[in-house]
Ligand binder design. Structure first.
Ligand code: PGA
Length: 258
């Protein structure tokens, strides 16, 4: 399975920064094969970036950082999957910054996941605990573990097993995001393994095989290779390093080799 590298540009970049960054990435990623890349600029720049990108590169597509679940209506300030669907292949849903700053519930996130699937956009469902959930390889807080599991199970409620291969789950421990202090790859791989086992109980092991699992939280060019070595980790969700074209390109190069 090719690794999937997602660049979440968050609320970084002006329109000119975004176009310059996209231009650099277009040339630096052109010759890299063996990894799949998703670029998620701020929604307001998405049409311009997609327009300037020109013809498609084989392994690169675009994603939204957030979407609304209803197609159209009185939702001031929101942008739906339906409105974006021709520009994007993926949508990040339930990022911890949406959960924490915009108060998004598991139920709303689930509606967003289902709207993505309705419009053939692949959801990247983010889950992550506020404080470490494992200590010495064992669950250290049952409460935190259940909360993490609920983010996953509630987020996927109503998703048919034959759609699971369109779903990506990004495990992003909140304590590791934007801190320069990532989880250890062993920790991330262990949590992903346990989440996968838990999801297999809801569905079945063979359907869950189709789900891709990413790690996110302070991924950098200097540490990406360590995560990519683990077969449990199918790719990376990269935040601040994704707006540095050299660093992001390096991460993609490393993933193409792993
Ligand atoms: P970070 O963010 O790489 O800046 O820690 C990751 C994310 O929030 O998706």
């Amino acid at each position: 399975m090719q690794k999937l590298i997602v660049g979440n540009w968050k609320m970084y970049t002006t329109i000119s920064d975004a176009l310059v960054l996209a231009g650099h990435l277009r040339s630096s990623l052109r010759d890299i094969s063996g990894a799949e890349v998703v670029l998620a600029p701020p929604t307001v720049w998405l049409p311009s970036v997609v327009g300037a990108w020109g013809s498609k590169l084989r392994n690169v597509s675009f994603g939204a950082q957030n979407v609304w679940s209803d197609d159209q209506g009185a939702y001031t300030g929101e942008v739906s999957v339906y409105m974006l669907k021709n520009m994007i292949k993926y949508a990040i849903v339930g990022h911890s910054e949406r959960r924490n700053y915009a108060g998004e519930s598991d139920e709303l996130i689930n509606e967003k996941v289902r709207s993505c699937l309705k419009w053939q956009v692949r959801p990247i469902l983010c889950v992550g605990e506020d404080e470490q959930v494992l200590s010495n390889g064992s669950i250290s807080s049952q409460y935190r573990w259940e909360k993490l599991v609920n983010q996953m199970i509630n987020g996927l409620r109503g998703v048919a097993r034959d759609r699971l291969d369109e779903v990506t789950i990004a495990y992003e421990p909140v304590w590791a995001i934007g801190t320069s202090n990532p989880a250890t790859p062993e920790y991330a791989a262990e949590v992903i393994t346990r989440l996968k086992e838990r999801l297999s109980k809801e569905y079945d092991a063979s359907s869950v095989q189709g789900v891709r699992w990413l790690y996110g939280g302070s991924v950098a060019a200097s540490n990406a290779a360590e995560f990519l070595r683990f077969s449990e980790i199918n790719g990376l969700l990269v935040g601040s390093a994704s707006v540095k074209s050299k660093d992001f390109t390096r991460i993609v190069e490393l993933s193409a080799r792993s």
